[in-house]
Design a protein around this ligand. Structure first.
Ligand code: FAD
Length: 353
């Protein structure tokens, strides 16, 4: 980088996971100039299952804000598909394995919910599949799907790199200079910095005290040629077909380990649950881990710093970044540029820093 030449942009973005991607896309749509820093220190967005589904399948209740999120998210991924000329959104049904008559009854009781009725099919799905025991059948969800987040991020990063909008480097918070309603970083002058670092926020002196209750998650990929399911199976874990007899299986929750490394303990936990669920041979071919940026109150962390108004944050996407990222990116953009109010439940103002 030539340090004598000043680069002027509207925004510096720190982190290019799902949050950074969604915000960057919003900037692009509004013809704002920007530069992104990414150091591959976190990988939640890359390892994510990528599923979108508006129903909490443990309790059969609606996901918070699901209808609004999906209304923004699905067109958002279509737009990105057009920009990058590739496919990332793969609609696929989800089957929830019932374990009792009580669960069947709870399913029927929830199907009437107007938010969930377009998704929940009001019947017990009785079809049997080789290697799967299902004495109580399944609840079937339609209009659900999966975003291939790793491919999406790989392609989007390549696209930004080609257009000189991405720098692969660790953003060094110590080099920020706050000057007259703008900010300088190295040779870059910007109006705003938006931090989208996922769990990396813990290194950020301006936002590190926001109450992230991060949860590490591990996933394995198995090769199981006899498992013939063309839906996401949800039980004690999820099994998601990837094609070519490969299936993603996950995920664990660990609130102690803060590393991105896959562990033998995590793998064994998944295998123990998987052995109870499927009775066909399989082989583990991949194993990954990442840290979910989950929050104490399970709502995103969005907003402008109370003291330094050039600095903003987009984080706390938790376990559902695919659905949440596009809507909160839009809300933050409008808040910064058009002074619209943030919803109280996502605004970082709800926490005293
Ligand atoms: C195992 C697992 C399964 C999941 N499954 C699903 C799912 O099926 N559906 C779903 O919707 N969600 C799922 N999630 C949750 C989802 O992954 C997250 O909500 C989402 O990825 C968070 O995105 P993010 O951009 O905020 O954070 P991240 O993906 O962590 O991205 C932050 C980025 O910032 C970069 N960064 C950080 N600090 C710096 C710095 N100082 N300088 C430069 N770059 C920096 C990091 O390298 C990283 O690329 C899953 C998560 C895990 C771990």
């Amino acid at each position: 980088m030539n340090y004598f030449c000043i680069m002027k942009v509207d925004y510096i973005i720190v982190g290019l996971g799902l949050a950074g991607l969604a915000f960057t896309h919003e900037l692009k749509k509004h013809n704002k100039t920007f530069i992104v820093f990414e150091d591959e220190s976190q990988n939640a967005s890359k390892v994510a299952g990528g599923m979108y589904n508006p129903v909490i399948l443990k309790r059969f209740t609606p996901v918070w804000d699901a209808k609004n999120q999906l209304e923004i998210a699905l067109p958002f991924y279509k737009e990105i598909e057009t920009v990058l000329n590739n496919k990332y959104d793969f609609p696929i049904d989800t089957h929830r394995l019932f374990t009792s008559v009580e669960e069947q009854n709870n399913w029927f009781a929830t199907c009437d919910n107007p938010v969930l009725s377009p998704y929940m099919v009001p019947e017990v799905h009785k079809k049997t599949y080789e290697g799967l025991e299902s004495p109580f059948g399944y609840g079937k969800l339609q209009n659900t799907g999966r975003i291939t987040t790793k491919q999406l991020l790989d392609d989007y990063r390549a696209y930004l790199l080609e257009n000189d909008k991405l720098i692969y480097d660790t953003f060094d918070y110590g080099n920020i200079q706050l000057v007259n309603n703008s900010v300088k970083y190295q040779n870059i002058k910007a109006k705003y910095i938006v931090f989208c670092e996922g769990f990396g926020i813990k290194r950020n002196p301006f936002f590190k005290d926001l109450p992230l209750r991060e949860a590490k998650g591990e996933l394995i990929t198995i090769y199981a040629p006899k498992l013939k399911i063309d839906f996401v199976l949800k039980s004690a874990l999820f099994i998601m077909p990837l094609g070519d007899d490969l299936f993603k299986v996950g995920a664990t929750f660990n609130w102690k380990d803060k590393t991105n490394q896959p562990t033998e303990e995590g793998k064994q936990e998944l295998l123990t649950k998987l052995d109870k669920l499927i009775k066909v041979p399989f082989e583990v071919v991949d194993h990954v881990a990442g840290i979910r940026p989950t929050v104490k109150d399970r709502r995103p962390l969005v907003g402008i710093h109370a003291q330094f108004t050039q600095l903003a944050v987009l984080n706390g996407l938790g376990t559902r970044g695919v659905m949440i990222a596009p809507i909160v990116a839009k809300e933050l953009y409008n808040h910064i540029e058009n002074n619209t109010e943030l919803r109280k439940e996502i605004d970082i103002e709800r926490f005293v820093l």
